[in-house]
Design a protein around this ligand. Structure first.
Ligand SMILES: Cc1cc2nc3c(=O)[nH]c(=O)nc-3n(C[C@H](O)[C@H](O)[C@H](O)COP(=O)(O)O)c2cc1C
Length: 340
């Protein structure tokens, strides 16, 4: 069914197909017919970061940047939904075209550049949602905010979404905001993590509720860099790590007509790199901090291997575009076999 629909959707430019699909999902949900096309996975509960997830397969950030479609996406069977990346102020992102399909590789290259409507818009949507499942909110910094002041944008994001999120993700790994990924290294990282922790604790005091904060990292780091991140996360007392974002490497898609497009590559070509990051993180973190695995999940096995490598939860994006909602159930079932 989705294969047929995909053939039609893939005739449209990627961003148009994206918007059309999400609007159609909303209509189907409002008409009450969405359930006819989806199958809610049998429960496969897991407790991570102190939260109860009905199953370990979530929607990754970036598909619903403004939380405009939480209710329809939330009806597809995901164990959790992550919305954003949201920046304090609305921003347009990069000029189109900024999303490219590489179907031969089950991949996407995107340089969206955090196009979003800002915190107020996202929060209004989150407040009005009917979805009652686990909700993560992913926060970032505005393009015009210099790196030295990025701390302020992250603090604003955390403070604004704190009372609406089940968990918060701090995104320091998008390749499409110049300089953002520099925040993953050395003193910049330590300083930022301390500021994030301070903001989280201030919010806990103000709201009387502890909301876990995870940090999302890139796959383009050597082992030494990954070990440093793991140590810094533990030292600052963060609650989780999401590995990984898209890659800037083009090794796996050499010769493709879109190879030279700037941006982050996702889908099957990032699977191996993400897995290596998870394995390295797991060696450092063990049971001390949960890992959420994302990158190149296109079938049950690629989901299960992330759990074997030490992830407690996984997320889908590109595989979901190529495979549709059937991938959710397939991933849940593969993980169920793994953890049995
Ligand atoms: C079009 C597109 C937009 C994305 N936007 C975001 C974003 O705003 N924030 C974020 O943390 N990750 C973003 N991502 C990264 C995904 O959440 C995910 O980490 C990455 O694509 C690897 O997973 P995948 O191979 O399953 O797609 C985006 C990915 C794509 C393809």
């Amino acid at each position: 069914m989705y294969g047929l629909l995909r053939n039609i959707l893939f005739r449209l430019p990627p961003e148009q197909a994206h918007n059309f699909t999400l609007s159609s999902l909303d209509v189907a949900q409002k008409l009450g017919i969405l359930n006819a096309f989806t199958r809610t996975p049998a429960p496969c509960p897991v407790n991570v970061m102190g939260l109860e997830f009905p199953n370990p397969v979530g929607l990754a950030a970036g598909l619903d940047k403004n939380a405009d479609h939480i209710d329809s996406l939330g009806a597809l069977g995901f164990g959790f939904i992550e919305v954003g990346t949201v920046t304090p102020l609305a921003q347009a992102g990069n000029p189109a075209p900024r999303m490219f399909r590489l179907p031969e590789h089950q991949a996407i290259i995107n340089r969206m550049g955090f196009n979003n409507e800002g915190l107020d818009h996202l929060i209004a949507n989150v407040r009005n949602r009917r979805y009652r499942g686990v909700l993560g909110i992913n926060v970032g910094k505005n393009k015009d905010t210099p790196n030295e002041q990025s701390e302020q944008d992250y603090r604003k994001g955390i403070a604004a979404v704190y009372s609406y999120a089940d968990y918060i993700t701090v995104n320091v790994s998008s390749p499409n905001t110049p300089g953002l990924r520099d925040l993953q290294f050395g003193d910049s990282l330590k300083q930022l993590l301390n500021a994030i922790k301070e903001e989280q604790l201030a919010c806990r005091q103000a709201h009387g509720r502890y909301v876990p904060v995870a940090v999302k990292i890139a796959p383009d780091m050597d082992e030494q860099g990954i070990r440093f991140v793991a140590g810094a996360l533990l030292e600052a007392g963060l609650d989780g790590v999401i590995a990984t974002n898209t890659t800037i490497s083009r090794e796996a898609v050499k010769g493709h007509r879109h190879e030279q497009e700037a941006g982050g590559l996702s889908g099957a070509p990032v699977r191996e790199a993400s897995l290596k990051v998870i394995q390295c993180l797991n060696a450092e973190l063990g049971e001390k901090m949960p890992i959420i695995g994302v990158g190149g999940i296109t079938d049950g096995e690629s989901a299960a291997e992330k759990i074997r490598a030490g992830a407690k939860l996984v997320q889908l994006y590109t595989g979901f575009i190529y495979r549709g909602p059937a991938l959710i159930n397939e991933a849940v079932e593969a993980i169920r076999k793994e953890v049995r």
